[in-house]
Structure formats: C-alpha cells, structure tokens
Design a protein around this ligand. Sequence first.
Ligand code: UDP
Ligand code: MG
Length: 221
Amino acid sequence: MCQRVLMTTEKTLSFIVPALNEARNLPAFFSALEGILPQLGVKAEVVLVDDGSTDDTQAVVESWLPRISLHYVGLSRNFGKEAALTAGLSHCRGDVAILIDADLQHPLEKVPEMLAHWRAGAEMVMTVREDRSDESLPKRLFTWAFYRVLNFGTRVEVPANAGDFRLLDRKVVDALLQMPERNRFMKGLYAWVGYRTVVLPYTPAPRFSGTSRFRFFHLLA
Ligand code: UDP
Ligand code: MG
C-alpha cells in the first residue's frame, strides 16, 4: 500500500519561567511575550514554574490560560530558582527552550536574535550581562569572588557574567536532565555539558515590580 503522509514540521519553543511571588510582574510579562510571539516563526508554549508563591501568581496564570499556551507547574514549597528551572526543563516539550525571568529584567527583544543563532546551528545561546550596575555592591563583590574561586584551576570554565537567560536546544535539555546532581548549580552544569555555544551580550532592565530575592547566605550555600 502506498500512503502519502503530511506532517507539520513547525518547530516548537518552550519558554521556561521560574516565578516566586510574581503576581505583579506576570501580567506585564505575559503581555510583552504575547506581543513578540507572531514574529518568532515557531509555535511557543510557556512553562511557568511556581516556586512556592504565596501571592496570586497561580490566579494570574489561570487568567492568562485562554490567551497563550501555558503549562503551570506548581511546586509544593519554595525550592529556589535552580530547582524551579530543572522542574521547568523536565516539563517542557519544545525543540528548543529559553529560560527567562518573570520580572522583565531579561529583554524579550533578544529572543528573535537567540532563535536566529539556533537556526544557524548553535545548540546553546548564552547571554552575558554587559552591565551589573543594577545589582547591589555586596552581590557584585560576592559574584566576582565566587567565580574566581570556582574557576581556579578547572578545565571547564564557568563564565562569570552569564546568567540563566539562555537558549538550549533539545539535545542540551536532555543532557542536563540526565545529569544525576540533586543539588544543582545550573550555570556550572551548562558549562559542563559542552555543546556549540554562542554568546550574546545584553543589558538587564530594572525589575518591573518588587525586589530581587537575592539573599547573601542563600547564594553562598
Ligand atoms: N525565583 C524563583 N525562586 C526563588 C527566587 C527567585 O523561582 O527562590 C525566580 C523569580 O521569580 C524570577 C527569577 O527567579 O523570575 C529571578 O529572581 P530575582 O529577580 O529575585 O533574582 P535576580 O534578578 O536578582 O538574580
Ligand atoms: Mg530579577
């Protein structure tokens, strides 16, 4: 028997968004995201990982369900951003994933450029901050010292100015999910798994609403 099968070849993109008490940022974030979707040339879903929020984060997500393709993953308590990102990676279905914060500090305008690099063969597009002046002096000093110690004498360098705002091809997502580490330092794992990487500079915007959840002792841990 001879059959003709036609299948859609449209690629899919998963935005992975960790959120701790982001009810005041999410409407602006979702609406900015909705605005760029038509120009991406991929079908997009959002995996929103609620990292134990105690505000209206869940209700805000529910109110957006009719407007964008959303997948809500609610964690039972606050586990921290690294664990939230891992949960997001394991729930995403896209051919490609972009990790992005909910507070609009990561410019969505960079997404088309990230996808262009991916289409040209990059397996990871990592962004590096051109400017850290939005961060407190203790956080900047700590970050500097932390990476000096971390990268001392190692084979795999973890870049200091790179954040979690990055694109990962499905191959990289699967490689990260196969790593057995339970207590995960994502930026170290990205460097460890390798893959063809493109670096894009960006300037972080100020937080749309609220304050950073950066806690000195949390970061130290
Ligand atoms: N976040 C999270 N769990 C946490 C702390 C933060 O999911 O325990 C999320 C937060 O909602 C935001 C992103 O991680 O989307 C970055 O957090 P934040 O803006 O506080 O950190 P900073 O921008 O200072 O690195
Ligand atoms: Mg932030």
